[in-house]
Ligand binder design. Structure first.
Ligand code: DHB
Ligand code: FE
Length: 284
């Protein structure tokens, strides 16, 4: 049986890619954010997961406004990053896990979700930045990728509850997979930020702290605001918290918070990194 070892939740600000390229991890502006990855590196070195299932939002690279799936699941042999305009030149490819992708797709469709299935898929900074943060260096990434894109870009967006339920269905699918892979789930994006319009620069510390406080012990508390409430609270891109909510849904055991870091600002974003460990004890 496959096992979900835990979850990594992190902002995916593209400027982080520029800071990595320039080696600015110890720079006073960047250090408080990069330091948040020390416990993540230690945990990954000890756990050595085989597969990362990444809930993220595509920002106009693989999907554009003319064709925008609510949910899309990768089933490719390999994924590549391409720069959708931020000037990030990440080169390392991402190896896929097609058999597990198809198992997840079959199980979530059986759970009455209707994802788009992607046998070829480019992944943008929302996958590549977290991977570069978690596995810095030049060697190939030491695990396989299954990307799951959630529409947080073009309204109407899915509800928090729908995202949470999708995550639960994905969690059940991973646990019912016959292989012995160890899986880590990711939720990327957030926390509060808004990049455009009259509220550009909007940050909401109270809402962010509410999410951070409840993510591990009471994730259903995050479902009390509907999607448009979250846009109001967290900003038009802060609604990327939907990816965190989906990833948290996949952790069905008793969850323990191992690390949490919150730092304002990174670019226009209230940046956060959380590491949750998932026990074997799965609630029915
Ligand atoms: C920024 C944050 C994002 O989540 C994103 O996708 C692009 C830019 C930012 O704060 O610069
Ligand atoms: Fe984003």
């Amino acid at each position: 049986m496959s096992k979900i070892a835990g979850g990594i939740f992190t902002s995916h600000v593209p400027g982080i890619g520029g800071a990595i390229a320039k080696g600015l991890q110890q720079d006073p502006y960047w250090k408080p954010f990069f330091d948040g990855f020390e416990p993540v590196h230690q945990w990954l070195a000890a756990e050595k997961p085989d597969v990362a299932v990444v809930f993220y939002n595509d920002h106009g690279l693989n999907f554009f406004l003319d064709k925008m799936p609510t949910f899309a699941i990768g089933a490719a042999a390999e994924y590549r990053h391409e720069d959708e305009g931020w000037g990030i030149a990440f080169q390392r490819p991402f190896e896929g896990h097609q058999d597990l992708s198809w198992h997840i797709i079959e199980e979530v469709v059986a759970s009455e979700f209707d994802p788009v299935t992607c046998q070829s898929m480019l992944v943008d900074h929302a996958v590549a930045v977290p991977f570069e943060l978690c596995w810095p260096g030049k060697e190939a990434f030491p695990l396989k990728l299954i990307p799951i894109a959630v529409n947080t870009v073009q309204h109407p967006l899915p509800s928090p509850k729908r995202c949470y339920n999708l995550g639960q269905a994905v969690g059940r699918a991973i646990e019912s997979w016959g292989g012995d892979e160890k899986v880590v789930v990711f939720g990327t994006g957030g926390l509060s930020h808004q990049l455009e319009g009259g509220r550009a620069g909007h940050i909401n510390v109270d809402y962010d702290k509410f999410c951070l406080r409840n993510l591990a012990p009471d994730p259903e508390a995050l479902l009390q605001h509907d999607t448009l409430d979250i846009v109001e609270l967290a900003g038009s891109q802060g609604v990327e918290i939907l990816n965190w909510i989906a990833a948290r849904g996949a952790l069905r055991g008793s969850v323990r918070e191992l690390a949490s870091n919150y730092h304002i600002p990174i670019s226009n974003t209230a940046a956060a990194t959380v590491l949750l460990e998932n026990s074997d004890k799965v609630h029915a």
